[in-house]
Design a protein around this ligand. Structure first.
Ligand code: 8YV
Length: 331
């Protein structure tokens, strides 16, 4: 990579990030703030030394195959790399990096917000005071939610975000349970007093709230399958701030409609930005809380993501190993 590489950024980024990138690199920005279409992406991958895509760009094996010989780095503006075929990139000698850690706490905050808001009917309650005041007065039986403290939270994917969720939930009086490929090191997370469940099925059957915090990979596609969702108890809530594809959304909707589970707080969807109208109907009925993929959406976080991208490009341009390289073996 030369010292002032051609960097093509597929989406509008915060101004401070764009300005700093412009000072350091030969940057081509996308002012339209709309995802590039496939042909524009293919063209960008011909021209660029570095491509900076986001979660809305699908950089599949075919696009990577068509990439020009100059393309050396795909620096994803995001933590999850499910939008990129990392194996195909690796095979072609293109380095892939992501932006880990800087969005852990923001994502955990929003996960906690959904853990609180869904059983306590926060959005539904607030909606009564929007516009026309529909509040006819307090009653002992009005807007009753489900208690949160003292309940069991089952975290699927106890990685950096999962641990950040666990710390918050512990402070709210929930007991922490998790399912992971490997148990976490208890000595470094003593304060969580977390229970590791080898069997996801077993864990699901015993939880009050389940939070999805694992990456989306071929192995986690529909990890919460219809069969597994059916193991949940009727009072259980599901929260997902990871990726929609990890849950069989149709099965989740059916179980909600049939009152086989209590509710869901979802920040991500299968096939977003389209959202299944049946989910919107459930939201109107106060059964689910839906957010438009905004768990990491803080200005501070976005700037730090930009800084990570800049560091990775600069390291690579000076012949060093970029710190946030993602290898196929890590997926
Ligand atoms: C962002 C995310 O919305 O980083 C991720 O994996 O899903 C979110 O933080 C997205 O990355 C922006 O590209």
């Amino acid at each position: 990579l030369n010292k002032t590489p051609i960097v093509i950024v597929t989406r509008k980024l915060p101004e401070t990030v764009e300005t700093r990138m412009g000072e350091l690199f030969n940057v081509k920005l996308n002012d339209a703030d709309q995802p590039m279409d496939r042909e524009a992406l293919a063209q960008a991958m011909q021209e660029a030394d570095v491509l900076v895509p986001t979660v809305t760009d699908r950089i599949d094996a075919d696009l990577i195959d068509r990439a020009g010989p100059k393309l050396k780095l795909i620096a994803n503006f995001g933590n999850g790399v499910d939008n990129i075929d990392v194996t195909a990139a690796h095979a072609k000698g293109i380095v892939v990096t992501n932006t880990p850690n800087v969005l852990n706490e923001d994502t955990a905050d929003m996960t906690m917000a959904l853990i609180l808001a869904t059983p306590r009917r926060l959005v539904e309650g607030a909606s009564h005071l929007l516009g026309e005041n529909e509040w006819s007065g307090w009653s002992p039986t009005w807007m009753l939610g489900r208690r949160i403290w003292g309940k069991r939270l089952g975290i699927i994917g106890m990685g950096r975000i999962g641990v950040a969720v666990a710390r918050r939930a512990k402070a709210f009086g929930l007991s922490i349970h998790y399912h992971n490929r490997e148990p976490i090191d208890d000595s470094t997370h003593k304060e969580l007093d977390a229970t590791h469940w080898d069997s996801l099925d077993q864990m699901l059957a015993h939880m009050d709230i389940v939070s999805v915090n694992c990456p989306y990979t071929p192995a986690t596609y529909h990890l919460l399958s219809e069969r597994r969702l059916e193991l949940l108890q009727p009072h259980a809530f599901v929260v997902n701030t990871a990726r929609g594809e990890i849950i069989d959304e149709n099965a989740l909707i059916r179980l909600l409609e049939e009152n086989k589970i209590a509710g869901a707080g979802l920040d991500v969807f299968e096939g977003e930005p389209k959202v299944n109208p049946r989910l919107s109907k459930l939201a109107k009925d106060g059964r689910v809380v839906l957010l438009p993929h905004m768990s990491s959406a803080t200005i501070e976080g976005r700037i730090e993501m930009g800084e990570k991208i800049i560091i990775n490009i600069r390291m690579m341009a000076s012949g060093d190993r970029p710190p946030d390289r993602v290898l196929p073996s890590m997926i």
